[in-house]
Design a protein around this ligand. Structure first.
Ligand code: IPD
Ligand code: CA
Ligand code: CA
Length: 269
């Protein structure tokens, strides 16, 4: 049995409810969740885990043979023909600080091809979805990428890896370059939402280094179905094998950004 887009939407909305119910304010001020650290600046809360347990349990009940790749528990082994990619809370740093920018991300792939993706933002009740070959939607309305033609007029978004302190490949050089050559570079803190905001034209381009499959599986499909070109930062098709970079932008901005990454890598060699 294979899932439908309504199955994913229902799951994402329910998990979004878990996030909304658990969302406190800044630690120390009506703080309602506990924070553990997977790394010095990489937090996880019991709400990440509750959301993930709900999703893994529900998917396993309905599709017992499917395999699940999920951030906090690792997921469940099963048939590789049917694979789910789950980020139960994308934007945990925001969440722990009381910043209402975070989402749930769920994708379903069949024999390695991502067929369905949903990203739900419980704070704005925005449900982004896509079906391979059929389009992308926000709360049921078709969405399309922007038509911005030049970098000077573009608004971009990026993110930084959790090993920013120790790894010299930390994205700060690209961030500086694009900050001076666009209308601005935002850092929202949820890669899944960054991709959806490219999909509906709020942003013209998104790039990031060293992401995981659960960060990008759903958002990558949504952006692509809305007309974005989605590759890694070398221009290759694979944006899923972790740790992997991603570049998603409208079809005019994408090659312009790619040129910059190429130029920088030539200088570094
Ligand atoms: C993080 C967010 C952030 C991105 C990080 C991700 P998490 O996911 O998507 O925007 O910059 O690279 O790891 O840890 O909040 O699920
Ligand atoms: Ca994530
Ligand atoms: Ca997460």
């Amino acid at each position: 049995m294979t899932p439908t887009i309504s199955d994913l939407e229902g799951l994402a909305r329910q998990a979004g409810e878990i996030l909304r119910a658990g969302f406190g304010t800044r630690p120390g001020f009506n703080h309602t969740h506990t924070v553990d650290y997977k790394g010095v600046i990489n937090p996880v809360t019991e709400i990440d885990r509750q959301s993930e347990s709900y999703l893994v349990h529900e998917i396993h009940q309905r599709f017992p043979s499917h395999s699940i790749v999920a951030e906090e528990s690792g997921g469940l082994k099963g048939s590789k023909e049917h694979e789910w990619f789950i980020d139960p809370l994308d934007g945990t740093v925001n969440f722990t600080h009381g910043v209402p920018i975070f989402s749930v991300s769920i994708a379903y792939a069949n024999s390695g091809e991502i067929l369905l993706g949903v990203v739900y933002d419980p704070n704005r009740d925005e449900c982004f979805s896509a079906q391979s070959g059929k389009g992308a939607w926000l709360n049921g309305e078709t969405i399309k990428v922007s038509t911005t033609q030049v970098l000077d007029n573009s608004l971009l978004v990026t993110g930084f890896p959790y090993d920013i302190r120790s790894n010299p490949q930390n994205n700060l050089d690209y961030f500086a370059y694009f900050s001076k050559n666009s209308q601005g570079v935002r850092r929202l803190g949820s890669a899944a939402m960054d991709l959806c905001y490219v999909a509906n034209g709020r942003f013209d381009g998104f790039w990031e280094m060293r992401l995981n499959s659960w960060d990008v599986a759903a958002g990558g499909l949504i952006a692509r179905e809305a007309g974005a070109v989605v590759t890694n930062m070398q221009g290759g098709a694979d944006f899923m094998s972790p740790p992997q970079s991603i570049l998603a932008a409208n079809s005019t901005i994408h090659p312009l950004m790619l040129q910059v990454f190429h130029k920088f890598s030539e200088i570094k060699e």
